[in-house]
Design a protein. Structure first.
Length: 605
């Protein structure tokens, strides 16, 4: 009976095709079309954007939103079912983009004068790491997406965009909010480099939009964390953790990463305890997962083990790196894939460069002295946290849409294969097109720094690798301070919010609501949200908080009018649509700037 219903649903979906030339859903031609769009067209486009941003700024916007919008122009022809097709496309394209941005690792080798392995060796190494991370990310999905149900702002933005662009009813209701957000995001993204005011205030449409998606209870703690970090600068200077004139995040990013780790200890322990109770029969067995959620955990474990072995074999036998540090890096991935995944789910920020730096610091404590070993080993953590973070964003979108997880995994694998190649190709292309990228900025004076190519991520990598021979004070203590802070705050939050009396008080009226709001925003804010202020500069966390305040104020003051017969998902609010549009518009602007800049240089030659 179930199979009959499934076949009937598939037939109805195929009959709903608006354009006859589209292949039938589920056929090999259908998947061939989606793969071609994802890894041959939209993936490289998003990859150019990510690579350009990482070389020029030191961070990049993931390819999910960009590929979701562009992919929907084709999958619109499938009707409402096109949201799944577009989700498959953006899953593959995002993986290409994520690995394309990893070319900064090659740039770090150039800056430090380290020998560059042959291209095929780097591609093989990147491929093994990406495949390993994809499997690990899928293993963590039940915790981060299903159990914790984190927001994943970009994942929510993609889900809303795909819902709207593939369903005429939702498109009609959403087009003004989504379209205006995209328009503003494009305009500010394109105008930002040319308008002095926007540069001074460091306005970012995507940051403001992410704040609108998560709300004030996440946004306010972010700026609170930034203000605390800024206020502590004199203290950090007095104890030698910072030098006069250093930005606070030069040390607070370590504290922030430790804060996430401390809070994660509490949350992961609770998840493991509940799993233990289920195994012992203390609670009722979990309900059987629907078909779209089902994956084979045993095969996933074998996948992770096989590609983990591939990392060690390619790293040792091909690249000549010591096995011990390769194994240490793989072990660290199991920690940071969880920690960074939580950060992405809360604030849309994936601190991959921080994970790289902390990994080098930890390995230095364990005896690491060679910069090339540090670079190659920490690359495992960098690429894995980036890929696993994409995995969680994509699965959060799929969780909202009901997209088949196993099929998403296959599309991500295809994207990783292409991304491992494009990461090296784009690195060679950009450095050949822009010789300024070959210059070691860590040796330049402030006045000598190139204006449009800050390469902040590379700068951070080279700085920590050079510290292997010139250790920096306070690095390990800063991490432990963060762990203690995160653990203490999260423990206190769990004890308070699980108390029946407190829950009754919160539900009793305005006084309870205001008290709970104050606790979440100021007194005991989420450590994950608080940590965001330590990773970025003050203006960035300020715009993130501003977006959250706007959303919460709008939700409190403006009550939406119910529309009879309109089946609108609960998380598809006006503010989340507008905020998602801002993220999408900023991504489109970055794509335009990246392609234009690269083409202009190539044509000039």
């Amino acid at each position: 009976m179930a199979s009959s219903n499934a076949a009937s649903s598939l037939a109805e979906a195929q009959d709903a095709r608006r354009w006859d030339w589209l292949p039938a859903i589920g056929t090999w031609k259908y998947h061939a079309l989606l793969l071609a769009l994802g890894i041959l067209l939209l993936g490289p486009l998003a990859g150019v954007t990510a690579s350009y941003m990482n070389f020029s700024l030191g961070f990049f916007i993931g390819g999910q939103v960009l590929a979701g919008i562009l992919g929907s122009t084709v999958t619109y022809g499938y009707g409402a079912e096109g949201k799944h097709a577009a989700n498959y496309i953006q899953t593959a394209a995002a993986s290409v983009a994520s690995l394309s941005a990893m070319g900064v690792l090659v740039q770090a080798m150039v800056w430090m004068g380290l020998p560059q392995p042959p291209v095929w060796q780097l591609i093989l190494y990147f491929l093994c790491i990406g495949m390993f991370a994809a499997g690990l990310g899928m293993l963590y999905t039940p915790i981060l997406v299903d159990r914790m149900q984190l927001t994943f702002p970009s994942g929510l933005a993609v889900a809303n965009i795909l819902r709207a662009l593939t369903d005429p009813v939702l498109l009609k209701r959403s087009v003004n909010k989504l379209g205006s957000g995209i328009g503003i995001g494009i305009v500010t993204g394109l105008a930002g480099p040319k308008i002095a005011l926007l540069n001074v205030i460091e306005f970012s449409a995507s940051t403001f939009g992410a704040g609108m998606v998560v709300g004030a209870r996440i946004g306010i703690p972010a700026i609170w964390g930034g203000l605390i970090s800024w206020a502590l600068v004199p203290f950090f200077v007095s104890i030698g953790w910072l030098q006069p004139g250093d930005p606070f995040r030069k040390i607070t990013f370590l504290i922030a990463l430790g804060t996430i780790m401390g809070a994660a200890i509490i949350d992961v322990s609770l998840v493991l305890w509940e799993a233990y109770k289920r195994l012992r029969g203390a609670t009722a067995p979990a309900a059987e997962a629907p078909d779209w959620k089902r994956v084979n955990s045993r095969k996933l474990l074998l996948w992770v083990a096989a590609w983990g072995a591939g990392i060690v074999l390619s790293g040792h036998l091909v690249l000549g790196q010591p096995i011990a540090f390769l194994l240490i890096a793989i072990a660290l991935v199991f920690v940071f894939a969880m920690v960074n995944g939580i950060s992405v789910g809360i604030s849309d920020s994936n601190p991959i460069s921080s994970a790289f730096v902390v990994s080098v610091v930890i390995m230095a404590v364990l005896g690491l002295k060679d910069p090339i070993v540090g670079l190659m080993a920490a690359s495992i953590v960098l690429i894995s946290t980036s890929t696993a973070g994409d995995m969680q964003q994509d699965r959060s979108t799929g969780w909202r849409l009901g997209t088949n997880r196993l099929m998403q995994f296959r599309y991500q694998v295809a994207g990783i294969l292409m991304g491992a190649i494009m990461g090296i190709v784009f690195a060679k292309l950009f450095m050949a097109s822009y010789p300024v990228l070959l210059q070691d900025q860590t040796l330049m004076k402030a006045a000598e720094q190139p204006a449009n190519w800050s390469s902040a991520m590379t700068y951070k990598f080279v700085g920590v690798l050079r510290s292997l021979t010139q250790p920096q004070p306070g690095q390990i203590p800063a991490i432990w301070v963060g762990v203690a802070i995160g653990f203490a705050i999260q423990l206190a939050r769990k004890l308070i919010k699980r108390a029946a009396g407190y829950r009754r008080f919160v539900a009793s009226g305005k006084a309870g609501f205001a008290t709970d709001f104050a606790i979440d925003c100021f007194v005991l804010p989420s450590p994950y949200a608080l940590s965001f202020g330590g990773f970025v500069n003050l203006n960035t966390s300020g715009w993130f908080a501003a977006g959250g305040v706007v959303t919460s104020a709008f939700s409190t003051l403006v009550k939406p009018k119910p529309v009879p017969g309109a089946a609108v998902p609960e998380d598809m609010s006006s503010t989340s649509l507008f905020g998602g549009g801002l993220i999408a518009g900023d991504a489109l602007a970055a794509l335009a700037i990246g392609i234009t800049s690269l083409l202009a240089t190539l044509l000039a030659k």
